[in-house]
Write a protein that binds this ligand. Structure first.
Ligand SMILES: [Zn+2]
Length: 320
């Protein structure tokens, strides 16, 4: 059990985690590095396609006031939808599905990329973008140079307004980007060093890499252990610590400008289900908790994030 990030072999701790998103309940060996804190899978499964069935990419629903699929990795979607429904009282015309996606994409910019709100000519690459819903919405907001790439697409996509979503990895993409972003994709990749090096090589001077990932340790990880929902065996190969991210960035010649925790109540909702041996695919998660329980999860999430103890974070890496 040699850490793939820092090479440490001393004192690493072994774990066994189950596949619980689809409910296969297959077991996978992991270990956590005693030196840099990175939790990682012991052996990469020979074949990953079975763990990314078509249903993994939620189908886009076109009914009004249902959130686009990509937003679920970004926000406390039920809370946002509730706010939006309140903003559109009965009798008022609700936003179209496309307009809703634009509103959520604008929220992504405000929350994660406030300096980029006016940089509509910037070259932006979304790595691990799924079907490209976020970049499609950014394009409709006026961003003229956005592209995406995802390894697990059936086939490349060109959206109605001309946004290209490629099938492949960052290694297949050309250089020349002002912003490369990975929203809950980096932890799925077997070669984090190579990915960060590729990002560094493909960024323009002064360019920014935004990486959003689950992290350890956190309140949810400590409370739920192998039932922690974002362990997500075997899809999550690496659950990084702040320290292992700093090491990786340094190895790639990128400077960590900062990070903040952006966990959502899903850290508790999903983990509670797994602890009860319920798979995500088997349950409508929100339906299983009372409004009081959800309010408690939300309050605890706010506190955990403020204390740097949320179960996911956004890292900002700058090319010099
Ligand atoms: Zn390590």
């Amino acid at each position: 059990m040699r850490c793939r990030i820092c090479d440490n072999q001393e004192g690493n701790v072994a774990y066994t985690a189950r596949e619980m998103m689809l409910g296969l309940r297959q077991e996978f060996a992991y270990f956590r590095c005693a030196a840099c804190g990175c939790l990682q899978i012991a052996d990469f499964p020979a074949e990953m396609a079975a763990y990314y069935p078509p249903a993994y990419f939620r189908p886009e629903r076109n009914d009004r006031l249902s959130a686009p699929a990509w937003a679920y990795t970004l926000f406390d979607v039920p809370a946002i939808m509730q706010q939006m429904r309140r903003a559109f009282p009965p009798g008022a015309a609700p936003p179209t599905h496309e307009r809703l996606a634009e509103m959520l994409a604008a929220q992504v910019l405000r929350h994660y990329l406030p300096d980029w709100a006016q940089r509509k000519k910037a070259a932006i690459l979304d790595v691990g973008c799924g079907r490209g819903g976020l970049i499609h919405a950014l394009s409709r907001l006026g961003y003229t140079h956005v592209q995406g790439v995802d390894l697990y697409l059936d086939a490349p996509i060109r959206t109605a307004n001309g946004v290209a979503v490629h099938k492949g990895t960052i290694h297949d993409m050309p250089p020349g980007w002002d912003l490369i972003m990975l929203h809950h994709a980096f932890e799925h990749m077997p070669d984090p060093q190579a990915v960060l090096q590729a990002a560094a090589q493909r960024l323009n001077p002064g360019g920014l890499c935004l990486i959003r990932i689950p992290i350890v340790p956190s309140l949810a990880w400590e409370r739920y252990g192998v039932d922690w929902v974002q362990w997500d065996a075997p899809r999550h190969f690496f659950l990084h610590s702040v320290q292992s991210m700093a090491l990786l960035a340094a190895q790639a010649g990128l400077r960590v400008e900062g990070h903040f925790c952006d966990a959502t109540p899903f850290q508790f909702v999903g983990s509670e289900l797994y602890r009860r041996d319920m798979a995500l695919a088997e349950a409508g998660p929100q339906a299983r908790f009372t409004p009081q329980e959800m309010a408690a999860f939300r309050a605890e999430t706010t506190h955990a994030n403020a204390a740097g103890r949320g179960d996911q974070a956004a890292f900002y890496l700058r090319r010099q």
